[in-house]
Design a protein around this ligand. Structure first.
Ligand code: ATP
Ligand code: MG
Ligand code: ZN
Length: 315
């Protein structure tokens, strides 16, 4: 396949793979969900597909944060959704960044350098607090290959290997941050994680909403359940008098969700502290619960939990 070796060379981690057992006896055996490491080393789970389904069977809910448009706040929404879920009593949350072109999760959480690799050649997630594990594809790619051109099939292979090799353990939620658009990455996720559900991010402007309709149609085409639409950067609460200022006209997200018949998950206001926190690698939420943005994240978490049929649980 032309070009397929290009991206593969950029990976900093490689799994040495034993041959798939012949006769298929390993395929018939069901994973007991607790002993993946042992059943793998006993040679019963060798193919990537088996490894992925084994790993995913230990993750209850998978949420793909997506948008047809760049810069609308997908990575921010994914980060705050993961943080918000992890703050709810004892939920175990993973945050996975599969943006091969511009991964931003490490910057947002202040994660530097490469992730550790276990003796079994598995990627060990960065532990951000007791309930939140983070893996970014950036932590796995050699720096000098950063400007690599990823072709579709290579991307699929990288995401597949990535899913097979991350050592999440048991999770209640895996939140996945994706690059803009409905391209290869979203398609890969829809194939590799058939029970992933989408949270679609938009901003109030009409141009962003047009792209959102494309995202909704994409999800319908690949039969990915849509948890709903969230309107980000939806107005600003004045830092001086706390009055609400609708910078762009608001309400477009709600109208679009009604017109397209998808649930509306609410809006997150524009908050300069989000930009600052993102740049400094120090996200909000640890601070004042009265901040409108923090409150709005709580509302989003509630709606997502409702959509997944999970309990709210207190912070
Ligand atoms: N609610 C918000 N208030 C203030 N700033 C925000 C908000 N949401 C996102 N931002 C800022 O907007 C910029 C873009 O956000 P982000 O990186 O999350 O978007 P994205 O959709 O993931 O972008 P890309 O398409 O490049 O992946 C960042 O600087 C981020 O800090
Ligand atoms: Mg992003
Ligand atoms: Zn004011």
């Amino acid at each position: 396949m032309p070009g397929s070796g290009v991206g593969a060379g950029a990976l900093a981690w490689r799994r040495p793979r034993a041959a798939v057992p012949v006769g298929g006896s390993g395929m018939d055996k069901k994973c007991d969900q607790k002993s993946c490491a042992s059943c793998k080393s006993s040679g019963e789970k060798q193919s990537r597909e088996e490894l992925i389904s084994c790993k995913l069977s230990r993750i209850k809910n998978k949420v793909l944060v997506m948008s047809g448009k760049g810069g609308v706040g997908k990575s921010s929404v994914a980060s705050y959704l993961a943080l918000g879920l992890a703050r709810r009593n004892n939920y175990r949350v993973g945050l996975l960044d599969i943006d091969l072109h511009g991964p931003s999760i490490p910057t947002m959480f202040g994660i530097r350098g490469k992730l550790n690799i276990s003796a079994e050649q598995e990627i060990l997630p960065y532990e951000y607090g007791p309930n939140l594990k983070i893996v970014s594809i950036e932590c796995m790619i050699d720096d000098n290959n950063a400007a690599i051109i990823w072709r579709g099939p290579v991307k699929h292979g990288v995401i597949q290997q990535f899913l097979a090799d991350c050592s999440w353990g048991d999770l209640d939620f895996l939140v996945i941050d994706s690059p803009p658009g409905t391209g290869d990455e979203a398609l890969s996720i829809s194939r590799l994680i058939p029970d992933a559900k989408a949270v679609i991010v938009t901003t109030p402007q009409e141009v962003a909403l047009a792209d959102v309709r494309k995202s909704i149609n994409f999800c319908r085409k690949v039969e990915m359940q849509i948890l709903g639409l969230v309107e980000n950067m939806s107005g600003l609460f004045c830092p001086h008098c706390n009055q609400f200022i609708p910078i762009f006209k608001t309400g477009g997200g709600r109208r679009t969700s009604e017109a397209m018949n998808v649930p509306y998950l609410g809006e997150l206001p524009f908050d300069p502290a989000v930009v600052e926190g993102g740049d400094l690698g120090n996200p909000l939420l640890n601070g004042d619960g009265d901040v409108p943005f923090v409150k709005a994240v709580g509302g989003l978490v509630d709606k997502v939990l409702d959509g997944l049929g999970e309990q709210h649980k207190t912070e």
